[in-house]
Design a protein around this ligand. Structure first.
Ligand SMILES: [Zn+2]
Ligand SMILES: [Zn+2]
Length: 549
């Protein structure tokens, strides 16, 4: 069989090797065309079986990457959706409504089986069957994914959490309240209206503290005095600090302030926060709340490494615990270490720089800030924190080295380096080796979630926003007589194929199939748009059909 790819490679070869090397690879050409048409360039394959006819089809599914250098079309589509979400919530004039559906039979059944798994898991833990416990934990994780796919929102308590010990020093460990005047928080989430028609909202930027002076390229003026430890710990706990900021802000202004925020690295590698915030708040209030907000980390002290290099604690199967390699004495358990905590291991605060400005909905300024807020969402951390020079690479290396010895959670295997057994420790825990994002060279401690959206922002989930867009397109098509009734696909059997599966068609085939579909769809959509407005659609951004304003 002759495939379109093979046809391309059969073009006459250049006479010299250099000439040949300049000719684009067929796969690259197909990917470039896919990119131009807004079609995912790295799709995975679903096998779709029709039990009625016995027919098997292979369907490309978008990779869903949010990083443009990985897949441009998917990343641009994801960013466009985030922009819609941000725009819809920013200047809302009516309270968003939530009408949660009653739980379905499937949802109830899934929840019951999860509860069973948790009971078995605890049983395995308490009766010393760590292998079983590990497997059950994995099964619980899968059950949670399943519940999410069934459309259940929110998080269920972790199977390890409720077995809390009574805390002896609970009063000492409470987060101290910031020194701010507070009010009762009313239910409203809307900003005030001025002069009967203006409803300004805000754009705010918060940064981390200073760790030492930095140059224009983000590298320290004096790398010996730059506080890498503080920088690493602040990055790990930045998300908690931001949470406290919202809590404090709401208490001070007295209403449920809503936000759409993005976390990005600055050139120096420290996270900072840009946020769209609904409603208007005086700059002085924002400044005061920022100055008064801090987050105390009530973890065991981790200033002095106890183990390093090849001298590491070892697992002792008889007592199911890590022991000192010389004395064979068990290391301090997490619970005991917590009991001994007298003061916070770390305190995070914001830097002194606070920018805030009022923004009116529907203005050019609002559009510009929307672009600004979402601009870097399509870039990976290493693409933003450039490492072009030796000084920049050294700076990132130093920060990464510090992050490698900074515990990221109570379950983090880094605790073993400080002579403490992390929560949930097993024979498979490797001292100092934690898979948490905080320790990776590529993320430099940045939190996994780069977009933080409050619950009552637009009153819609991303899936709702996506459905809105599809409904809008369907409506436009119906208006010109192109009816696409939703097909009943419930009888079809979908199966995701692993990349190495022999049934996976060559990527070029999948891409060409998707491009053809896209072109057909686009032609229909242009006809609809032409009929509606007298002008065809914007061809520059085929991946993102316009949204109902
Ligand atoms: Zn993709
Ligand atoms: Zn960790």
């Amino acid at each position: 069989m002759t495939t379109p790819t093979e046809t391309v490679t059969e073009l006459p070869p250049g006479r010299t090797r250099a000439e040949r090397m300049r000719q684009p690879l067929a796969a690259d050409v197909v990917a470039a065309v896919a990119d131009q048409h807004g079609v995912c360039i790295r799709p995975f394959t679903m096998e779709v079986g029709d039990p009625d006819t016995g027919e098997l089809r292979y369907v490309p599914m978008p990779c869903g990457s949010t990083v443009e250098s990985v897949c441009g079309p998917c990343a641009r589509k994801a960013r466009a959706l985030r922009m819609v979400q941000c725009r819809e919530g920013w200047h809302l004039t009516e309270e968003p409504t939530f009408n949660a559906d009653d739980p379905t039979v499937e949802q109830r059944a899934a929840l019951t089986s999860r509860a069973d798994l948790v009971a078995h898991y605890r049983d395995a833990l308490h009766n010393g069957r760590p292998g079983d416990a590990e497997e059950l934990r994995e099964a619980i994780r899968e059950a949670d994914d399943g519940l999410r796919q069934l459309g259940v929102r929110g998080n269920l308590p972790s199977p390890d959490s409720p077995v809390k010990r009574p805390q002896k020093r609970s009063t000492k460990r409470r987060q101290e309240a910031p020194n701010l005047p507070t009010r009762k928080v009313s239910k409203t989430t809307l900003g005030r209206e001025f002069a009967g028609r203006f409803r300004p909202s805000m754009f705010v930027t918060l940064t981390c503290d200073s760790y030492g002076r930095v140059r224009e390229d983000g590298t320290p003026v004096d790398s010996n005095s730059y506080d890498y430890r503080q920088a690493a710990r602040d990055a790990v706990h930045f998300a908690s600090l931001v949470d406290r900021w919202w809590q404090n802000l709401r208490r001070v202004v007295g209403w449920e302030v809503q936000y759409f925020a993005t976390v990005e690295p600055q050139k120096r590698g420290a996270p900072h926060l840009h946020t769209a915030l609904r409603g208007s708040i005086p700059h002085e209030v924002i400044r005061q709340v920022t100055a008064a907000t801090y987050h105390q980390v009530w973890w065991p002290n981790h200033d002095q490494l106890v183990y390093s290099g090849k001298w590491l604690p070892v697992w002792e199967p008889r007592i199911k615990a890590f022991v000192d390699p010389d004395s064979r004495q068990p290391l301090t358990s997490w619970a005991d270490a917590l009991d001994q905590v007298e003061q916070p291991a770390h305190v995070v605060t914001f830097g002194r720089q606070v920018h805030s400005k009022g923004i009116l909905g529907g203005t050019d300024q609002a559009g510009r800030h929307l672009g600004y807020l979402t601009k870097y969402l399509v870039k990976s951390v290493t693409e933003i924190v450039t490492q072009d020079t030796d000084a920049q690479r050294q700076h990132a290396d130093r920060l990464h080295a510090e992050l490698s010895v900074t515990p990221c959670s109570p379950r983090c295997a880094v605790w073993l380096l400080y002579g403490i057994q992390p929560l949930g420790v097993t024979s498979r825990t490797v001292p100092g080796q934690c898979k948490g994002r905080a320790h990776r060279r590529a993320t430099l401690g940045l939190p996994g979630r780069r977009v933080l959206v409050s619950r009552k922002w637009s009153g819609k989930t991303l899936a709702d926003h996506r459905a809105d867009r599809m409904a809008f397109v369907a409506q436009a098509l119906t208006a010109v007589g192109i009816d696409k009734p939703p097909q009943d696909t419930s009888r079809l059997i979908w199966r995701k194929l692993a990349p190495g599966d022999p049934h996976v068609p060559p990527r070029a085939h999948l891409l060409l199939q998707a491009i053809a579909q896209r072109i057909a769809w686009r032609a229909e959509y242009d006809r609809a748009l032409l009929a509606a407005t007298g002008s065809p659609g914007e061809h520059q951004t085929p991946a993102t059909p316009p949204i109902a304003a």
